[in-house]
Design a protein around this ligand. Structure first.
Ligand SMILES: Nc1ncnc2c1ncn2[C@@H]1O[C@H](COP(=O)(O)OP(=O)(O)OP(=O)(O)O)[C@@H](O)[C@H]1O
Ligand SMILES: [Mg+2]
Length: 220
């Protein structure tokens, strides 16, 4: 589902990382740990085609990102990728239900078809009946769960999650990880989870550490 080869990114004159390689078949989950500022979010952005690497290749669902223009990249993202951002990116002027339905609208599904699916997805993340409310009415942990519902609703083949439990207490974090795990198992998606938490990393099949010179196996 995902192949990353020899990826490098510099920002200004600074080399953030190089030699990053990763192969992730459908259904596999990898956790990526690493110091703050080492480039984990930058790496996820390169994998999602939201940022362009300076060297190397990313292939998602058999398609090389370097061959796509911006429109092709956003089409690939809409179809195959679910992204949980470090800062949620929940849109304040859409209702909670509209936020979750958004990926379906982008794929051309009607509002009347997308609405019930969004409501069902919200129920699955423990927010039943909240679809008509507004993001400002939610706590950080609840917003996190809206972000998860939105990332999974279109059943993406690749889920990218940047610190999905970063703002949650341990009890909520456990519940959110269980939700994520169930979501990807149900859809057979591959997942990349960026996290600082060893607890969260245990949820993955494999734990890697991002260093300036690539991904290395994390020793517990
Ligand atoms: N647009 C930008 N302009 C300049 N520097 C940037 C930009 N984006 C990221 N950086 C720098 O690139 C480095 C990697 O950032 P990134 O956000 O990928 O780190 P991270 O590993 O996700 O950190 P954290 O764990 O704190 O989220 C950081 O040193 C950051 O300051
Ligand atoms: Mg980050």
């Amino acid at each position: 589902m995902l192949v990353v080869n020899g990826l490098a990114r510099r920002i200004g004159s600074r080399l953030i990382f190089q030699n990053v390689g990763l192969e992730l078949p459908a259904g596999a989950c990898v956790a990526i740990m690493g110091e703050s500022g080492v480039g984990k979010s930058t790496l996820l952005n390169c994998i999602a085609g939201l940022d362009r690497p300076d060297a190397g290749h990313v292939t998602v669902a058999g398609v090389g990102l370097a061959d796509l223009n911006d429109e092709g990249l956003s089409r690939l993202r809409r179809t195959h990728v679910g992204f949980i951002f470090q800062a949620f990116h929940i849109l304040p002027h859409l209702t909670i239900g509209q936020n979750v339905a958004l990926p379906l609208w982008l794929l051309g599904e009607s509002e009347s078809a997308a609405g019930p699916r969004a409501a069902a997805m919200l129920e699955a993340v423990g927010l039943a009946g909240r679809e008509g409310g507004w993001p400002r009415e939610l706590s950080g942990g609840e917003l996190q769960r809206v972000a998860i519902a939105r990332a999974l609703i279109h059943e993406p083949g690749l889920l990218l999650a940047d610190e999905p439990t970063g703002n949650l207490g341990p009890e909520h974090a456990g519940r959110v990880l269980a939700l994520l795990r169930a979501g990807i198992e149900q859809s057979g998606a591959a997942a990349v989870l960026v996290t600082h938490s060893r607890e969260a990393a245990r949820w993955a099949d494999r734990v890697l550490r991002l260093t300036p010179d690539g991904l290395i196996p994390e020793v517990a």
